[in-house]
Design a protein around this ligand. Structure first.
Ligand code: NAD
Length: 295
């Protein structure tokens, strides 16, 4: 399969689309904000006029959109993907959305002969640019086998975790772990700073031990510079934790730490910081303790 459609060219979608172009695929792109397509068009992509138009020209359609309502609109809405897709087309939704929404959208796609995978990613913009995302996939094995090589152009690990919706369940697990790690790092670094110990030295002393983590390595250096430019916006992490809380409560699973980190992020949102990087969670603790963690 050579003809790919790509819908949603934001922070993540744009570099992912560029990597597919680099790999030699014929790409048709679409975004509701026309300027978001400029770079991909310059790199050789064709301009799509709608989800329908993209789907009518593609064998595989990839979506990379903010949340469940956007995917519903782009796939099921007027002039959406299902209006243009031929039976046999494969839809790969790489957005992070509610697992239940993935299952509902897949059922409607199936009714039109379109097989769907949910394939959210972890790694953020730098790994999207490098083509080294971690991709977690739900959906039929046969569909996965057909598009695995395409996904491998955007990620260094491509793992099928189960049936449709499983990719997004895995992503929710990922997002709980990342949010709680950032909160733990923030609590600890603010304490160390207020105690009069150089936060840079604390970081260097502990990063090789059991407290070391990818989150620590990625986020402490930015916190030390006071750099909260996204990256991954707090408002998107609020969306993911809201999906985690809904999914957990539907299943009867209490998630007490997730609800605390949700309220921390809500406080930051109320303080006008929703578009900060999620590393900006540290600002909540800095305000409580009246101290700033800076090198
Ligand atoms: P973004 O807001 O930068 O990009 C989303 C794009 O979708 C925008 O360009 C927007 O104009 C477009 N869009 C919205 N509705 C549309 C529609 N109906 N039709 C066509 N285009 C539409 O978001 P992002 O940071 O690229 O994130 C995309 C997804 O990836 C989210 O689900 C996010 O949670 C997930 N994600 C993001 C990161 C990150 O670090 N940014 C990391 C991993 C996963």
């Amino acid at each position: 399969m050579k003809k790919i459609g790509f819908i949603g060219l934001g922070i993540m979608g744009k570099p992912m689309a560029l990597n597919l172009l680099k790999a030699g695929y014929e790409l048709t792109v679409y975004d509701v904000l026309a300027e978001r397509m400029d770079e991909a068009l310059k790199a050789g992509a064709r301009r799509g006029l709608s989800g329908k138009d993209v789907a009518s020209r593609s064998e595989v359609v990839i979506t990379m959109l903010p949340n469940s309502p956007h995917v519903r609109e782009a796939v099921l809405g007027r002039d959406g993907v299902l209006d243009g897709a031929k039976p046999g087309t494969i839809l790969v939704d790489m957005s992070s959305i509610a697992p239940l929404a993935s299952r509902e959208i897949a059922a409607q796609a199936q009714a039109k002969g379109v097989a769907m995978l949910d394939a959210p990613v972890s790694g953020g913009e730098p790994k999207a640019v490098a083509g080294t995302l971690a991709i977690m996939v739900g959906g039929p094995q046969e569909t996965f086998d057909t598009v695995k090589d395409i996904l491998a152009k955007m990620g260094s690990t491509v793992t099928r975790v189960g049936a449709i919706g499983s990719g997004n369940v895995t992503k929710l697990a990922n997002q709980i772990i990342v949010a709680l790690n950032i909160a733990a790092m923030s609590e600890a670094m603010v304490l160390a700073t207020k105690a009069g110990v150089d936060p840079e030295k604390v970081f260097q002393a502990i990063r090789g031990g059991l407290a070391g983590s990818t989150v620590l390595d990625a986020k402490v250096p930015l916190a030390l510079k006071g750099n909260f430019k996204p990256g991954f916006r707090i408002e998107l992490h609020i969306k993911d934790i809201a999906n985690a809380l809904d999914t957990a409560h539907e299943l009867g699973v209490p998630v007490p730490l997730s609800s605390v980190v949700m309220e921390i992020m809500q406080a930051l949102k109320a303080d006008g910081k929703a578009t900060n990087d999620h590393g900006g969670i540290i600002q909540f603790y800095e305000q409580l303790a009246k101290v700033q963690v800076r090198a």
